[in-house]
Design a protein around this ligand. Sequence first.
Ligand code: HEC
Length: 172
Amino acid sequence: MQKMKYYCAGIVFLAGVAPLSVGAQEKTTGAQVSSSGQHAHDKEIVTFTDERAPIVLNEAERAFLKREMRGFLAGVQEILEAAAAGDGRRVAGAARNVGMNGPEQDHIPKSLAPKLPLEFKKLGLATHRGFDEIAAAASAGAADRISQQVGVVMRNCVACHGAWRIVVEGAK
Ligand code: HEC
């Protein structure tokens, strides 16, 4: 019953947030709603449209960006696991890998930057810099603050994902 209440609250929250959203804010995707909806009242499933602002990219640019994103996800996973194990060196290595000078830097398509809104680029840079700060803190032995720092850096993930989506050039 406890669990049920949680899901119900989630639905009310999603439904309540939608009308308040402004501009590029994402309302929510159908997938998100139905995955929680399945466990709660099926009646309450509401379909939403994806209202995030589109960024038009070609296939190669999108592939790069999504690859970078999966790197972020893997980075967060490894950082948290290593932090929980008290392994500061591994935290630092994983964080540096998704920092400003990570391996992805050598693969950025030259055509990409001009297509990205300034605010998007700022959020992306803040994310990479945030991981460098985590690497520095871990190297300095401040492992106790890692999960808190990850939480702060991940505000960028949440903000950016809420505002933009990728559309491939020529696709509908
Ligand atoms: C500057 C904007 C921005 C930031 C910051 C950002 N993302 Fe993303 N991310 C995107 C966009 C845009 C997509 C594609 C969304 C779409 O088209 O529906 C995406 C997609 C993803 C995907 C799906 C990848 C795939 O293969 O489909 C993952 C996973 C992801 N992001 C993880 C993260 C994590 C974790 C962080 C933070 C550490 C993060 N992202 C930060 C913009 C961002």
